[in-house]
Design a protein around this ligand. Sequence first.
Ligand code: BG6
Length: 500
Amino acid sequence: MSEQNPLLEGLRLRRSPDSCALVVFGASGDLTRRKIFPALYSLAVRRLLPERFGVVGVARTEQTTKQWIAAMKKAVAEHGRDELEADVWEELAAGMRYVATDFADDRGEDAVVEALDALDERRGIEGNRLYYLAVPPAAFETIVTELGERRGSAGWTRLIVEKPFGNDRDSAQRLNEILGRHFAEEEVFRIDHYLGKETVQNMLALRFANGIFEPIWNRQFIDHVQITVAESIGIEGRAAFYEQAGAIRDVFQNHLLQLIALTAMEPPIDFTADAVRNEKVKVLRSLHTPGPKSVVRGQYGRGFVEGEEVPGYREEPDVGSDSGTETYVAAKLYVDNWRWADTPFYVRAGKRMPRRETTIAIQFQRAPHPPFAEIAGEGLRPNVLLIHVQPDEGVALAIGAKVPGAGMSIRTVHMDFLFGGAFRTSLPEAYERLILDAMLGDATLFTRADEVDEQWALVDAIVAGWKRDRPAFPNYPAGSWGPAPADDLLHRDGRSWRRH
Ligand code: BG6
């Protein structure tokens, strides 16, 4: 009998990526500086990049390759998790080229093709291309069409597509249609960076590599699930984007719904991209559209966060003084299937909360009949399995334990596993894992077209309900845990958000 667990094998096995060129569109942008280059550098430090490798940065900003390399070096020093080592950086920089061009121009792509041909020749890259679209959606169609029409016959071509993936179901379908004209689904890697987080993947390990959780992972044993994506930061100067998006499109549509999908999905038959995504999409499809009473939106006013006074959302640069954009959303959702029927999933996401915290809390049913005297019950709360996605990454199980001393007094204590403590290593950034997986052609941790479609279908239905009335914003002070109606959402069911 084999002792191998195919799911674990999938999590463990690592191949080395083929030689390839990474082409970053949006090479002078924020994402490239904050995430893509620090991730590439960390991969280089760990010798995880292909042996023959090069990066072509493409943007409209006029600058030389030398200037761009200097800017990326600074970005790595500022945002990277590893100390900058001169020899590792030089090796990476030797394969970097910058091309200032506009794809909207007729011959815009020629300069990129020339840079790639030169790279192929010098570094023996053999035509493999990974295109990274870190550009606003408006630039998307032109670039994808050009790439599609000019794709070469040598090597593979893959596309990493950043969020936002559309603004509603129609626009996302249009993007998928444009992609589909030139690329197969296996060649498209839609980023939801939450899927690259170690702790999010740990949900799969926790559920499917352990025998004890799966039998109780259902409506018979679980009272409800709470998912919190709280951020202490505001919108960080991104008003132009955020005014169009709001919390529901920015975080709920993608990160939150993916966390629900991973929590609620059935065991996949193996850890391949389609097996995992087939199960996730079933959950997304089973989500019941919540009625207006089951969704709460909020917008922060002035307040104090981590001891500092901060402006209200409407006072942020480039936000209108009567903006109706939500910076907080909470919902009660149901996954309509045999495993979860009638088990509420309470979820919330907000900016300017008291602190940064992403957790998934699985609250089990109360013990049916605690046989202790009256005093005992006071401290006896239901068991909770807490998955700390960030910060303080780890898992904790809340259990009732006897307080030492006479009598039988019970208190809740935590059995804790902390990533940092157990593995004594700093956790890789989500982008490291995702870029490497795209180079390996493994799409397991990327969202498939049908998942995005289901996610938007739900969001469109919620947003349609919002058009009817204008909420009285702001309705929560910065530095609080959100508007009062979000508490009522749980109180009505005799429950409350987990204490912080
Ligand atoms: C992004 C959103 O997708 O996720 C941001 O656009 C948000 O508004 C960010 O701040 C949160 O990511 P993380 O990894 O910091 O939790």
